[in-house]
Write a protein that binds this ligand. Structure first.
Ligand code: AMP
Length: 575
């Protein structure tokens, strides 16, 4: 979305981070000093030093009772000086419970601000020719549920796209998206996805950017296209939208874009989609696309090889980092490799402190945003405008540099998401690195990893790591065959990639048993997603869990296992 309000310049924002952070804290404390929650610690004062001395660093369980009271109908000032008008639901896909966070329109405005700021940074790099184009972005929304007191509970992106802020955006008049808003707002995800593709295909020559909030949605869209391209072509050929698109507003909006029969366009698309390989399908169908725009760090990093394959290695720009608790920052260096993405903190969004990862219980080691040290690892501690004070986000970030005076961070992994059978701790980052190592073996076997997750099975002795893999042949016409040698090799490579503590434990069969890969049927990870969505999540915000511990989700996976493979030797130890 291109910014058209008075945007504080990125340079100014990042040059004055210290002052801006002080002002933000002052504003929050003045607003919230008399809430029941803060009054306990500050007795009505809004003194910043007292705040740091007296207000405890908390997790969700500490503030949950206050949040629940507001959700149940007590006044907002139990926790927030400003009005609470809605709640945001976090994803909770790793077995952790979904959480809800109180917010109001200010959250949406701040998110919109970061999106607009990011667009500015992006346009510096990609709009050099001054060529205007459209974005084909697969956004979708889920209607809100409600708290007992009747306040809406949204997923973050739904709250944004369903807000007046988005509805009345100035850039709307430029039709910056190929899809009309009615498609984003269509409550049926499959109809919405189909219509997004239809609109994007009809306007293929205008598309300069292909994106989604998270990489998962984009991969899903390509998969959906693979299943529906014949029908989409037939709609374009005839000028009629398929009958199963029953959402009236969406249907009318797409029909306007479809205009009438276009057999010539249908032929071109049909020809591209009929290729044996779908390598580069994005650039073949949307030849003017300059980059892919979606979050692809953290849990989404598993989709990098797939999107590079489908896009002929177009730049993939991982755009923003944030959460239901607070938007955090944006990527101002869009041409970096997705693996090297850092996010520049936006200091005017919330008050950010950082707890060093090696704090050993010493909460006094917390530092302000501008005092973090290059190369060090921290957990962000957020104080927002809506009632979270010194709240631990649960992500681990590493400082990678500074943009003017403002630190930039690499997302490392989530704190509590680890595999462990004995004394070893295998983080999400370790798992993703190990997966990278098997990439070459899979590639030489013409296979693509479409989805994976894992868990530490300690129900039998000795415990062992179990990976669920959904595989697909790169050549769309091929039915893949599983080669035991290749799969056993993959098990070994994964084990060799883990750290010394794992490998030492593994060298003793009594400690950790052989790593297992369970290959699951195609479509399994869609079913896992559907399970999580049925629990209240939203597709737009869905993050495939890297480690899974929900017994229901594990049951979905177990039902679809096609074959099992085990590592046949212990990994070598460092000499
Ligand atoms: P939610 O509260 O459901 O919006 O999820 C927020 C969480 O998603 C964050 O705390 C991160 O763990 C993850 N997340 C969001 N943005 C990114 C990103 N750019 N890179 C990696 N992880 C992210």
């Amino acid at each position: 979305m291109s910014p058209s309000f008075n945007l504080m310049d990125l340079e100014e924002l990042t040059s004055n981070a210290k002052k801006i952070q002080e002002d933000v804290l002052e504003e929050i404390l003045t607003l919230n000093a008399n809430t029941e929650y803060l009054h306990r610690f500050l007795h009505g004062s809004s003194d910043k030093e007292l705040f740091k001395k007296n207000v405890p660093v908390v997790t969700y369980d500490d503030v949950k009772p206050y949040i629940e009271r507001v959700a149940n109908g007590e006044p907002s000032d139990v926790i927030s000086g400003g009005p609470i008008t809605m709640f945001l639901r976090s994803t909770g896909t790793s077995g952790g419970k979904q959480k809800v966070f109180p917010v109001n329109d200010k959250y949406i405005e701040k998110l919109g601000y970061v999106i607009a700021l990011r667009s500015l940074a992006m346009s510096k790099h990609f709009d050099s020719g001054g060529e205007q184009g459209k974005a084909m972005e697969f956004h979708c929304t889920k209607p809100p549920s409600a708290t007992p007191s009747g306040l809406p509970i949204f997923a973050v992106f739904s709250s944004f796209f369903m807000s007046d802020y988005f509805k009345n955006r100035p850039s709307k008049c430029n039709s910056e998206y190929t899809s009309p808003d009615q498609i984003i707002l269509c409550p049926d995800h499959n109809q919405s996805l189909y219509c997004h593709l239809l609109c994007g295909l009809v306007q293929r020559d205008e598309v300069v950017r292909v994106g989604a909030a998270f990489a998962f949605v984009l991969v899903r869209a390509i998969d959906f296209l693979e299943k529906h391209w014949k029908e989409l072509c037939s709609n374009i050929r005839s000028g009629h939208v398929s009958e199963w698109i029953t959402d009236l507003e969406g249907r009318n909006a797409v029909s306007t874009i479809l205009r009438g029969p276009n057999p010539k366009l249908a032929d071109v698309i049909e020809q591209e989609c009929s290729h044996k390989s779908w390598e580069g399908i994005i650039t073949r169908l949307w030849p003017k696309a300059k980059y892919i725009d979606c979050i692809i760090t953290g849990q989404m990093a598993q989709y990098i090889p797939m999107l590079e394959f489908y896009s002929n290695k177009l730049p993939i720009v991982s755009t923003t980092y944030g959460s239901s608790e607070s938007t955090f920052g944006m990527n101002v260096d869009p041409l970096c490799k997705p693996q090297d993405t850092s996010y520049t903190c936006a200091p005017n969004i919330s008050y950010f402190e950082f707890l060093p990862v090696d704090h050993k219980g010493d909460m006094a080691s917390i530092v302000d945003l501008v005092d973090v040290k290059l190369g060090c690892y921290y957990e962000p501690v957020v104080t927002n405008y809506f009632g979270l004070h010194r709240y631990l986000i649960g992500d681990i970030l590493q400082v990678t540099g500074f943009y003017n005076n403002t630190p930039q961070f690499r997302f490392v992994h989530r704190k509590n998401v680890v595999l462990s059978v004995r004394s070893e701790t295998t983080t999400e980052e370790d798992i993703l690195k190990a997966l990278n190592h098997v990439g070459l073996v899979l590639e030489s076997s013409d296979l693509m990893l479409m989805g994976f997750t894992c868990y530490a099975d300690i129900s039998i002795f000795p415990g062992h790591y179990v990976f669920y893999w959904e595989l697909k042949a790169k050549d769309v016409h091929n039915v893949f065959e599983l080669d035991k040698k290749v799969m056993v090799k993959c098990c070994s490579i994964l084990e060799e990639s883990f750290d010394e503590v794992y490998r030492k434990n593994r060298s003793n069969d009594e400690c950790i048993g052989p790593l297992e890969i369970r290959v699951v049927r195609q479509g399994t990870f869609d079913s896992v997603m559907e399970y999580f969505i049925s629990q209240g999540g939203s597709i737009a915000q869905y993050k495939t869990p890297i480690c899974i511990n929900s017994s229901e989700a594990l049951a979905v996976l177990e039902n679809k296992v096609l074959a099992r493979f085990f590592s046949e030797k212990s990994p070598p130890l460092d000499s």
